[in-house]
Design a protein around this ligand. Sequence first.
Ligand SMILES: Nc1ncnc2c1ncn2[C@@H]1O[C@H](COP(=O)(O)OP(=O)(O)OP(=O)(O)O)[C@@H](O)[C@H]1O
Length: 456
Amino acid sequence: MRLLIIGSLNGQIGAASQIAMSRGAKVSQVDDIEMAMASLRAGKGADMAMIDVNLPIRNLVSMLASERINLPVIACGVNTDATAAANAIRAGAKEFLPLPPDPELIAAVLEAVSQENNKLVFADPTMKDVVSLAEQIAPSSASVLINGETGTGKEVMASYLHTHSNRADKPFVCVNCAAIPENLLESELFGHEKGAFTGAIARRVGKFEEANGGTLLLDEISEMDIQLQAKLLRAIQEKMIDRVGGTKPVPVDIRIIATSNRDLAEAVAEKTFREDLLFRLNVVTLKIPPLRERPVDIDVLSRHFAKKYSESNGLSERKIDETAMAKLKANPWRGNVRELENTIHRAVLLCQGDVITGDAILMPDGSATPSGQAGATANIAINGAAATGALVGRKVADVEKDLILNTLDHCFGNRTHAANILGISIRTLRNKLKLYSDDGVDVPAAAGENRYQARA
Ligand SMILES: Nc1ncnc2c1ncn2[C@@H]1O[C@H](COP(=O)(O)OP(=O)(O)OP(=O)(O)O)[C@@H](O)[C@H]1O
């Protein structure tokens, strides 16, 4: 855990740093937002920032977003009144920490941020096999390709590999190849020199350099443009990168983990993915089974999420009763763990009392019955007919808009997840949302996006 302290924290830097360091964090400090951005651009990554409540937090949050740097921001202040603390949260801070620092509180925040990143919950024999293979290969520097349907936990597995590797005390950096506009991905990966292109206001170190010594996760690699794939291949083979606009290559030492929910061999056959790159990446392939093939995991994951969302909503722990669990196990979970997580989150909020019963489980399609069951099939058939009837007379564009907005809502505003469910690229989704928003439609705000990198 790398903690970046921004500002003077009213003379409490020493105390805060000591507490954080005693909990295993590496701490650095800068005086202001400009210095913080310079440090981040220079590749001195951070996993969390603690910022003085008196600094312009909104500016920091918007600069981080515009430069696609994912960094949870925690505001801190001495004798801060409730309004200032609330304003900090409104400006984009994830939490507010009162100073002087309370050791337990700081420890809890550090733990929450790192646990959020790492927790891999499993108990099913099929998943145990995958995890034991992962543990076997984790210590080596071999590239790993993680394959699996959307939402199966590929990114969680990548993080697990990193924390079980010899690079665990070095950075774990993630780039979502689908979420970054094509023309910016090269500089995102390899960095750029000042003035290399319009908008390159300062030298910025890329993700390869940021991850130096550690692990670089290339998420959704099948979305990478074929020309950039050639540059990636060179970087992996020669362990050298060229910054955009740079004059000399920079050596890098990183382990690459790539994820894909597409079959990359098929992408090779379709000539959208380079075969030589695939051979470089899949020294080891970890195939994560879909959730419907690991029923024991449905059980442990549901209980895990019920506890997590009870805590995060300030509720006493909600237990899941047998009827609810039977319903959960009967559903096919096309959106896998992510879909299950959303369902349990909803159930925690909907349930009456401390127990989640079957009534509180609403399936991802909005029905009360799992889509694998007879009742549900009838239900869907009826709804389907009704829905088809209701569609006649409507324009395709309007129906599409409703589908997109409802899916986005269902995913709590998360663009990446919504695009996966809709079967369109995140770029297409973003373009459509922009059009809706320009037309004055209230588009759900992005929330719950990936923990390692901003996916605007
Ligand atoms: N085994 C697991 N234990 C705990 N949480 C999990 C597990 N698998 C997945 N999750 C949770 O489910 C969600 C989706 O996981 P993740 O992002 O790793 O999936 P993914 O396969 O990378 O998805 P995508 O293909 O859409 O990128 C996350 O919120 C993650 O924390």
